[in-house]
Design a protein around this ligand. Structure first.
Ligand code: CDT
Length: 303
């Protein structure tokens, strides 16, 4: 057995007025709890340092910039890295990233993987950006990720860490089979992700009423079909009037949920994850080398 004791640190609402300092304090508290419960690794949510600002049209650039990190760690996030190192625990953290690349300002919805020594071992930029670039009439809350971010330019990589092959994605990515399969083809054994999923996310009541079902359906299918652990961590509860899905979950390569959050608040869930369990599926029903038929899948990479 190759055990990773993993935690998901679900997060309740972050108010617009909450400072980074306060938010980081909440994260550190959950990191300590995860460690006290024996975890090697804690998965925080998407954009874990601020309120989910894409719900608003923000036209003032300085105000918009205030939601992004220009360095990681920066002065306000350094305590997270220090605590991780002190405790000897790794973490996944989602945040809005403002980069100066190719001679211009670039915005990404980003996550990092940090090892037990407090070193960044992997960085991912969200590929599937949901919502719109322009505000939609008649909606209580907007979802302007297409306005505030550009699609990630790193693809779906995997990293050798924590004794296994680790992968990352972010929120809407979890709904797309390609996300998991590209990592699956690289032998991923644990996919980490955070999500902010408002209950009114499509604007169609028949779809939105199935929000919780679709949340778990996507992650459980991704886990099973790719023989990988999936750790999905929510930001949830009512944040600035927006009601968001909770039910953070740790999912085994069998597709079974083996730990699930029960609240709409900050809550740590943990599980003992045996990475060898994925191998059992990879050697049998999902032996990719034996059973995949890539010739039949060509359309998948066409525009
Ligand atoms: N953050 C994020 O990606 N949320 C989307 C819902 C919004 S769709 C307009 C999700 O797929 O959960």
């Amino acid at each position: 057995a190759r055990i990773v004791n993993a935690a998901a640190a679900q997060m309740g609402p972050i108010a617009k007025s909450e400072t980074r300092k306060d938010t980081v304090r909440r994260l550190v508290e959950m990191m300590r709890e995860a460690k006290a419960r024996g975890s090697d690794l804690v998965v925080f949510t998407e954009m874990a340092l601020t309120t989910f600002f894409p719900r608003w049209l923000i036209e003032d650039e300085a105000e918009l910039d205030s939601y992004y990190e220009t360095e990681m760690p920066g002065p306000q996030t350094q305590p997270l890295f220090d605590e991780a190192k002190k405790l000897g625990i790794g973490f996944y953290l989602g945040y809005a990233e403002l980069a100066h690349e190719d001679g211009r300002k670039r915005r990404f919805n980003t996550s990092i993987l940090v090892d037990r020594s407090g070193n960044i071992v992997g960085k991912y930029r969200k590929v599937h950006l949901p919502g719109h670039a322009e505000p939609q009439p008649g909606r209580t809350h907007q979802h302007l990720e297409k306005r505030y971010f550009e699609p990630g330019n790193f693809g779906f990589k995997v990293w050798r860490a924590f004794g296994g092959v680790m992968g990352m994605c972010i929120c809407n990515d979890r709904r797309w089979p390609e996300t998991y399969r590209v990592m699956g083809l690289q032998g991923v054994e644990m996919v980490m992700l955070g999500y902010n999923t408002p209950y009114d996310h499509t604007g169609h009541k028949d779809i939105d009423s199935l929000t919780q079902f679709h949340n778990h359906l996507s992650m459980q299918a991704g886990a099973y079909q790719n023989a990988t652990w999936v750790i999905g961590t929510a930001k949830c509860g009512v944040e600035e009037g927006s009601n968001m899905c909770a039910q953070s979950a740790i999912i085994a390569p069998s597709g079974e949920i083996i730990a699930q959050a029960v609240s709409l608040e900050d809550e740590v869930i943990t599980a003992r994850c045996d990475l060898d369990l994925g191998q059992r599926y990879r050697q049998t029903i999902f032996n990719f080398a034996k059973h995949r038929e890539p010739e039949a899948y060509r359309l998948i990479v066409e525009r």
